[in-house]
Design a protein around this ligand. Structure first.
Ligand code: NAP
Length: 283
């Protein structure tokens, strides 16, 4: 598997397995076992996915040496403060039944992000996490955090898919040494993404599915991709993207699909911020 190197030298498999909305413990555990069996070595979870315990069980049962795996979890808003990180990180570690986390992210750009970041820096210094980053941050907010702290965010995990391509943001993040990670690469299938004729036509040329075309399009931009599926055949399909390449013409065609707006919600919408802020999700 191709890897991306973070500014502190830590290597990340470019294709990761997403676990959002796999809340049933049995299904979450089995999905992680199946994903690792299929060849994934990078697993993405979060306190708010309420599945860290099941993900941890899957990791243990898969029986792969810990150092071959790359595990990410994320601090929820209600824990976004110095003490909140210190306390809830230990709970995450216990639920995952791990000794360290490869990448710890601030899930959302709200609450006491500076206090939280200083706790995350301490965890990295102590070797409890190998790298720290952010998610859903604007470039400006990520740069602000970098300017007034010791460690700059290693990644920013944001929504990137053919309907919300974020081309300028990707470029700006790279200039700042912050690696972009794509969540919802398939926009969760919204707006018939899997049936989009531009993507099905490109796929037909290479005998590849729409999902494979999208993943290929992202990894060719050196964007780390987090794709979720509970189906073993789709896990294998989504990994089978390293034997073809998109042409300039393909990429130009994909450009035309950009709606330049989130397929979910804006992180700058006051209603959304209030709604998210009221949720305590850490069990
Ligand atoms: P996604 O990966 O864009 O889409 C998942 C959907 O696509 C599921 O309904 C899945 O169905 C379907 N699918 C997957 N592979 C397919 C294939 N080859 N053919 C047809 N359908 C396919 O959505 P996501 O789960 O929201 O995002 C991916 C990951 O990013 C998450 O799991 C999570 O780890 C992360 N994430 C992070 C944030 C954040 O705020 N940081 C937000 C959202 C997500 P089946 O499962 O039925 O196959």
């Amino acid at each position: 598997m191709k890897k991306v190197t973070l500014t502190n030298g830590v290597e990340v498999p470019i294709l990761g397995f997403g676990t959002f909305q796999i809340t049933d413990p049995q299904e979450a555990e089995e999905s992680v076992i199946n994903a690792i069996k299929a060849g994934y070595r990078h697993i993405d979870t979060a306190q708010s996915y309420l599945n860290e315990k099941a993900v941890g069980k899957g990791i243990k049962k898969a029986g792969i040496p810990r150092e071959e795996l790359f595990i990410t979890t994320k601090i929820w808003i209600s824990n976004t403060s110095y003490d909140g990180v210190m306390e809830s990180f230990q709970r995450s570690l216990d639920r995952l039944n791990l000794e360290y986390i490869d990448l710890l992210l601030l899930h959302q750009p709200y609450n006491d992000t500076f206090g939280a970041w200083r706790a995350m820096e301490k965890l990295q210094e102590e070797g409890k996490v190998r790298a720290i980053g952010v998610s859903n941050f604007s470039v400006a907010k990520a740069v602000d955090l970098a300017q007034f702290n010791q460690i700059s965010p290693a990644v920013n995990q944001i929504e990137i898919n053919p309907y919300h391509q974020q081309t300028d943001t990707i470029e700006q993040l790279k200039i700042e040494g912050i690696i972009p990670e794509a969540w919802a690469p398939f926009a969760e299938g919204k707006n018939n993404l899997f049936q989009n004729p531009v993507l099905t036509d490109i796929g037909a040329k290479y005998n590849k599915s729409v999902a494979q075309v999208i993943i290929r399009w992202l990894i060719e931009q050196e964007v780390i991709v987090l794709a979720k599926t509970v189906k073993p055949e789709r896990m294998a399909e989504n990994l089978d993207v390293f034997d073809f390449a998109l042409t300039e013409e393909d990429k130009e065609a994909i450009k035309t699909l950009d709606k330049k707006e989130s397929q979910f919600f804006s992180h700058a919408d006051p209603k959304m911020i209030k709604g998210l802020a009221s949720r305590v999700m850490d069990v």
